[in-house]
Unconditional design. Structure first.
Length: 232
């Protein structure tokens, strides 16, 4: 679909085929599409860099959302990924928020979350995994993280908190010692830790000791781990 797609309604993508929104690298016409649900197949966003082919809220139930160039998806788009693949063709990706339950994120050189909601990144997985994507929180307020599932997600890449204290809420997973693991470097801000789970920080943290506040039931392991790591 190389012509402009507009209107107040969203698009529901079914079927195994490929739906392309945009006419290629020379297409600089914005699509004011306000949302999409992808149930199967592939949706490819294919416009000039900095030109949006899709915005609003995106529900990825299965299939693939392929973003070919930076800016082909509106920077405040909220993506809920229940399954399927989210890819940015090797480039950076900016979203308002990202909620992940299952599936795959690939071809993303960095993920920037620009929203101001209480949680702009939510993990609700039932499996353990490692997500090796640098993450930047840039919202001027809010912009927290919540781990609400039963799977342990390890984040080994750098995390930039955008010069704010962000709220990290960690769920307690039964029979698991480390409920959320961050082994990448954390910079430019602080963490206010809530929830009964244990947040384990194993990577370099070039910040003063007062940067971390542990709150809520059973949050003390965070402070203890932080102090022990600094003492080493």
């Amino acid at each position: 679909m190389s012509g402009q797609v507009s209107g107040s309604g969203g698009v529901v993508k079914n079927g195994s085929g490929i739906l392309t929104l945009g006419g290629g690298a020379g297409d600089a016409t914005t699509n004011p599409v306000t949302g999409m649900t992808i149930n199967s197949g592939t949706v490819t966003l294919d416009k000039a860099s900095g030109t949006s082919a899709l915005g609003g809220n995106v529900l990825l139930n299965d299939g693939t959302l392929s973003i070919l160039r930076t800016g082909n998806i509106v920077a405040n788009t909220n993506v809920t990924q229940n399954f399927g693949t989210l890819t940015a063709n090797g480039g950076p990706l900016t979203l308002g928020s990202w909620s992940f339950s299952a599936g795959l994120i690939s071809g993303v050189s960095s993920l920037t979350l620009s929203g101001t909601a209480a949680n702009v990144m939510t993990w609700n997985t039932s499996f353990n995994a490692t997500v090796a994507v640098p993450i930047n929180f840039t919202g001027p307020t809010g912009g927290g993280f919540a781990q609400t599932g039963t799977g342990v997600i390890t984040l080994p890449s750098p995390i930039n908190l955008g010069n704010l204290s962000r709220t990290f809420t960690i769920n307690d997973i039964p029979a698991v010692v480390d409920d959320q693991v961050i082994s990448g470097a954390i910079s430019a801000g602080g963490i206010n830790k809530f929830g009964a789970g244990t947040l384990t920080l194993t990577g370099p943290i070039p910040l003063p000791s007062e940067w971390l506040s542990a709150r809520g039931c059973c949050a003390s392991p965070v402070t203890q781990r932080w102090a022990r790591r600094r003492d080493n």
